[in-house]
Write a protein that binds this ligand. Structure first.
Ligand code: PLP
Length: 438
């Protein structure tokens, strides 16, 4: 006998007729094989069309740091809608920009954009204009947006293993302009300053920029090796290369000053996005040294965008950064405390069921991996580990816990003890189901 379709299954059939794959992106969140459509959200919980409740550690790919239904945040958006919805320059610009400059060490000047993808491209353009050189260096396992010149490709050293054949790979794509990767960038292993130095010795006069996630969250939330960032900083100085930290995830999640504050290494340019505006509306930002940003003042470099600096976005930045910074960053400290509880529970329960599990990376943007050994380099993120991580991700969703792409855990500032208890009572089943396949 045929089973009746649930409300959401019926909805999926309808939406898939027009929406490719039933989703708005190709990030292959495993629980979106059959997309979940949401109808309601409160604090850290979301409800789907069938009435099922989830703990939301997906947080819109890490953007949503303020928690659902955050009154202070929502009020600031409502006030802006009522007052001035659409102008190019707005009376909250100064406050929002001053907050960013106060917390992000490299932010001597700042421009707003909308997406991380576009702001990364603007950073590269500025670096090329500033140095008069053409190429940039990027690293295996790092992600910098949905643009032809920066996704996937072959490393300079072809022997280097690249985890590009797994199901969730979002870094390679067909249809890009021919030779664009080879002509624009060098792809090398991260966390190995010797490889970078060798490349700069050979090609330093062609290289305008080095771009990296200072913690490689997209490659499994891998921390930089001790002193690595400092070494890269000094190599960039030596070879007149612009150092770009892509802090679109780590900015405001790894503490309010991002990874650059934590590690005491100041890049020349920083790209910010996601949590900068709380996660309810899109804002990205390019922050950097005055001397480089001066090219925008002088109009030598174009930075364009119809909606750049739109009032709702600016109000959201101001509200988010005020909340995150209040009382010496109390909100982030509390968020990290709850997140730590959750990670400890996950590890302890995994041990009980005998599933190998490591949780690594900064509290605000950690990742779990189904292995006993912490990844020290994104290149170690093997197909086998990733496959299990994806299965666990799916099982977590089945059991009421949503996590982000592959294995990422994104807490928000509304997490409370009830959420920690919910996690404890729902995670075990997901771990057991994954262990059965191990
Ligand atoms: N840079 C990093 C480190 C990211 O994680 C992302 C998105 O996940 C981007 C850039 C691209 O940002 P967006 O998706 O807003 O274009």
């Amino acid at each position: 006998m045929e089973q009746a379709l649930s409300k959401m299954q019926e909805y999926n059939q309808r939406v898939k007729k027009l929406l490719p794959g039933g989703v708005h992106y190709n990030f292959n969140l495993p629980w979106e094989e059959t997309p979940i459509h949401f109808v309601k959200a409160k604090k850290s919980r979301v409800w789907d069309m069938n009435g099922k409740e989830y703990l939301d550690l997906y947080a819109r790919f890490g953007a949503f740091i303020v928690g659902h239904g955050n009154e202070e945040y929502n009020e600031s958006l409502k006030e802006t809608i009522d007052r001035v919805l659409s102008v190019s320059h707005f009376d909250l610009d100064a406050e929002a920009l001053e907050l960013i400059a106060q917390f992000i060490p490299s932010a001597e000047m700042i421009r707003f954009g909308l997406s991380g993808t576009e702001i990364v491209q603007n950073a590269l353009r500025l670096a090329r204009a500033y140095t008069g050189k053409n190429r940039f260096v990027r690293f295996i396992g790092h992600y910098h947006g949905n643009a032809d010149n920066i996704m996937g490709g072959k490393p300079v050293n072809k022997e280097e293993p690249v985890p590009s054949d797994y199901k969730g790979d979002l870094k390679g794509t067909e249809g890009r302009a021919k030779d664009i990767l080879e002509n624009q960038s060098y792809l090398i292993p991260w966390n190995d300053d010797q490889v970078l130095e060798d490349l700069l010795i050979r090609k330093g006069d062609e290289i305008a920029a080095v771009i990296m996630e200072p913690v490689c969250v997209n490659g499994g939330s891998v921390m930089p090796a001790p002193e690595y960032l400092k070494k890269v900083r000094s190599l960039c100085d030596q070879y007149q290369v612009v150092l770009i930290f892509d802090e679109i995830i780590t900015g405001f999640r790894m503490g309010i000053g991002g990874a650059q504050k934590e590690f005491g290494v100041t890049p020349d340019l920083t790209t910010l996005g996601k949590a900068i505006a709380g996660g309810g509306v899109p804002v990205s930002a390019l922050a950097g040294k005055k001397e480089i940003m001066q090219l925008l003042v002088d109009k030598k470099v174009v930075h364009a965008g119809t909606f750049n600096g739109y009032p709702l976005g600016t109000a959201a930045v101001k509200s988010t950064l005020e909340m995150l910074s209040r009382n010496q960053g109390e909100a982030i400290v509390k968020m990290n405390k709850r997140a730590t509880d959750i990670y400890q529970i996950m590890k302890a329960e995994a041990d009980k069921v005998g599933l190998p599990l490591t949780i690594q990376g900064p509290c605000g943007c950690a990742a779990y991996h189904c292995t006993n050994k912490e990844l020290e380099n994104p290149s170690q993120y093997s197909f086998d580990i990733m496959s299990l991580d994806i299965i666990l991700n799916t099982n977590l969703a089945k059991n009421g816990i949503l996590v982000s792409s592959i294995s990422r855990l994104y807490p928000n500032i509304s997490l409370d003890q009830e959420d920690v208890d919910w996690f404890r009572s729902h995670v075990k089943q997901a771990l057991e189901e994954t262990k059965e396949l191990y």
